[in-house]
Design a protein around this ligand. Structure first.
Ligand code: SAH
Length: 249
């Protein structure tokens, strides 16, 4: 039996946002590998082994998946959202680069709906013009680099999506992020806190930068910051937020 590895994105949470391509791969798999909460999103069945691991062992997890495929298993490595966005796909290729024999394996990446796009759709079209994504966790890069990218993105007038904005072990980072935004953006700049998008706990909050506070974000939140051109259309209930596609010269 020839093994394979599929690195799949499960989307932001809702079953309806898992692509048919990913569902097919899960149905064919013998083994599922991933961070505990993502593996738990896969329905158990006879013949399927679930390998849950802690979040901090990405390279070990990647190597384990590749070794199982070498042994003939059909392995799906699961991430939330899209596997290429601050997730497992890069870790798998890092393991492949370190062990050339892995490069001969059948390895495919299946895209998923990433959190910032699911959140943007809920709010309207805040990413309708140029935008960028920044991971605010300094687990894998120095804080100075995060701050530099924040400043340059604000200076470039990109809309921005922030992943991993604030955790219990890193409460200060988001305080500093807001401080940088206050230095670089006007007080009325639109900020969207989108929590647990597409799940039963979903909460979307649209505020002006001057009213944004650190406690509005946690690890289940993706934060979208508009560009200077982003507009809010008030209405009963949540407003529509959009960024016009046209920027005058
Ligand atoms: N690969 C994932 C991102 C993993 S990093 C993706 O493409 O979406 C984890 C971060 O993603 C979280 O801290 C949060 O910022 C964001 N996130 C993931 N799922 C989310 C959801 N349903 N709602 C809001 N943010 C989410």
């Amino acid at each position: 039996m020839t093994g394979w590895v599929v690195i799949a994105g499960l989307g932001p949470g809702a079953e309806a946002l898992v692509t048919p391509e990913v569902s097919d791969a899960l149905a064919q798999a013998t083994d599922i590998v991933g961070y505990i909460p993502y593996v738990r999103r896969v329905t158990p069945r006879p013949g399927l082994t679930l390998h849950e691991s802690d979040n901090r062992v990405e390279l070990d997890r990647a190597r384990h998946a590749l070794e199982m495929a070498q042994g003939g298993k059909s392995v799906v490595v699961v991430s939330s959202g899209d596997p290429g966005v601050f997730a497992m796909a890069a870790a798998v290729f890092e393991a492949v680069e370190a062990e050339p024999a892995f490069a001969a394996l059948d390895i495919r990446v299946l895209p998923g709906i990433t959190a910032m796009l699911a959140a943007a759709a809920r709010a309207g079209a805040p990413l309708g013009h140029d935008f960028c994504a920044i991971n605010l966790s300094d687990n894998l890069k120095p804080w100075a680099l995060i701050e530099k990218r924040l400043r340059l993105a604000a200076e470039g007038d990109f809309a921005m999506g922030f992943y991993n904005p604030r955790s219990a072990s890193r409460p200060e980072g988001f305080v500093r992020t807001l401080a940088v935004l206050h230095e670089t953006c006007e007080p009325e700049r639109v900020v969207i806190f989108a929590r647990a998008v597409s799940t039963a706990e979903e909460a979307i909050r649209v505020v002006a930068l001057k009213d944004a506070t650190p406690d509005m974000a946690d690890m289940r939140t993706v934060v979208l910051v508009g560009s200077s051109r982003t507009r809010v259309i008030p209405r009963d209930g949540a407003p529509f937020v959009y960024t016009p596609r046209f920027t005058p010269a």
